[in-house]
Design a protein around this ligand. Structure first.
Ligand code: EPZ
Length: 417
């Protein structure tokens, strides 16, 4: 198991080209099984989650070739409609293949995705929406058995604007005869990216980015080329690294319009953010100040994925910051590790109260999940002395060679196998 060793004595200063968005490329790779021809996807990040998605595609019978940031998928010889337990357990977000497999085969057999480090991750909203599209679903022996003999468009209201349920419904409905309307749809930019990709393939979808999506089913989808949008969570994480180390960070190929709530909090801490085209520039605060109360909400609210990285930054602020985690029930696991570094954080249910101490001390800490691991990197930049982070494989799920990115901006960071 590799570890990262960070010495917090250096500023992070420089330019970073932002990687493609993990949470856009995963559903788009699932969508590639729907087309007759080859799909070529550019700006795909090198992440273990992407590698696992490629494994699922190959398991289904697709030919997949990866070179540099490009992934080519040929689904012509796709033969299987199942996702076995071992693949689903490696990455529960493979559940986003469910809608696409049903659209392709009229049936699907996938292992229950189960929970993960941050929560139980139920899929009741996915299954309820698919049943409304005419899919018969039974759950037994840890598998979900789906048969769709007479699919029909439907008006679906999601009880919660679930990202995954919205994506699965779009993928299942895009080739279902008739019109499907998704009300209370998730509004994340990754949903709009999926709509753009499917429409380029020949689908007829509108409204993504808003709370109502309209899908007119089509008979065929075609192979296309597409380039993935930049990752907004990775972008904000690296801005926070600059703020933590008092360095100026320039993000290239970033999309500030996806980052409003996050930029707002960084500015609230006293940092200055400038946008010039596809560049987002952070000039660090001389003294970081506490941000009051921050509540995680569905997009365009403050993203749950940046809660732990920004909480780490808040430990370096003068004053109090309060984080309310409204989306996942177990997303405070980084706190015990931050406390080992001298942070003063109290938890009361979904509320974490951070009393900014200004300085942390380096320590041996353990990443418990993806974004909590990124939080420890930020804490390492704030801390005096060396911080050693174990379980770096969690961080590698979402951040492409994080040590090379930070080292290219002057950070004293090494990976040890
Ligand atoms: C996506 O997860 C992202 N993952 C998550 O990013 C992100 O945190 C989340 O959306 C929220 O933005 C991918 O896109 C691969 P949800 P998803 O369905 O689709 C409850 C990261 O770090 N819910 O919007 O699973 C659920 O329990 C990851 O990159 C149900 O109750 O999120 C949670 O409390 C972590 N029933 C809330 O909704 C359902 O059927 C939000 O879940 C589905 C969800």
């Amino acid at each position: 198991m590799s570890k990262l060793i960070i010495d917090g004595n250096k500023k992070m200063e420089g330019e970073i080209e932002v990687q493609g968005a993990k949470n856009a490329v995963l559903p788009i790779l699932a969508a590639t099984i729907l087309s007759e021809g080859k799909n070529v996807i550019h700006n795909c990040p090198r992440l273990s989650d992407v590698d696992k998605t490629i494994e699922v595609l190959k398991n289904l019978g697709c030919k997949v070739v990866r070179y540099k940031d490009c992934i080519e998928v040929d689904a012509h010889d796709i033969s299987s409609y199942t996702i076995p337990e071992e693949l689903m357990r490696q990455m529960r977000s493979s559940i986003v293949f469910l809608g696409a497999i049903i659209a392709k085969f009229g049936k699907a057999e996938v292992s229950m995705p189960g929970g993960c480090e941050i929560g139980v991750r139920p899929i009741d909203l996915h299954l309820k929406a698919l049943r409304q599209l005419g899919v018969e679903i039974t759950e037994s022996h840890g598998y979900i058995h789906c048969v769709s003999e007479n699919p029909q468009g439907a008006k679906i209201h999601l009880d919660f604007p679930s990202v995954g349920a919205t994506e699965n419904t779009m993928l299942a409905a895009c080739m279902t005869e008739g019109t499907t309307i998704i009300e209370n749809a998730a509004r994340e930019p990754e949903i709009e990216e999926l709509q753009n990709f499917l429409n380029r393939m020949g689908a007829r979808i509108s409204g993504a980015g808003g709370d109502t999506i309209v899908i007119d089913g089509v008979r065929k989808l075609y192979g296309v080329e597409y380039s993935i949008m930049p990752d907004r969570i990775v972008s904000a994480t690296y801005l926070a690294c600059g703020a933590a180390s008092k360095g100026t960070v320039v993000l290239k190929k970033a999309k500030a319009s996806h980052m409003g709530a996050m930029i707002n909090v960084l500015e609230g801490m006293g940092n200055k953010i400038y946008v010039e085209g596809d560049k987002v520039i952070l000039t660090p605060a001389k003294k970081l100040t506490g941000v009051g109360t921050v509540k995680t909400m569905p997009y365009p609210g403050f993203p749950t994925d940046i809660q732990s990285p920004f909480m780490a930054l808040a430990t370096g602020c003068e004053g109090t910051s309060i984080f309310v985690e409204n989306i996942f029930e177990n997303r405070f696991r980084h706190i015990e590790e931050l406390v080992r570094m001298g942070a003063d954080i109290k938890i009361d249910g979904r509320v974490a109260v951070v009393i900014g101490t200004g300085k942390l001390t380096g320590a041996k800490v353990v990443a418990k999940e993806l974004r909590g691991g990124a939080a420890l990197v930020i804490a390492g930049l704030l801390a005096e002395g060396k911080t050693e982070i174990e379980n770096v494989h969690y961080i590698d799920r979402g951040y492409e060679s994080i040590e090379n990115v930070l080292a290219s901006c002057g950070v004293d960071i090494k990976r040890r196998e």
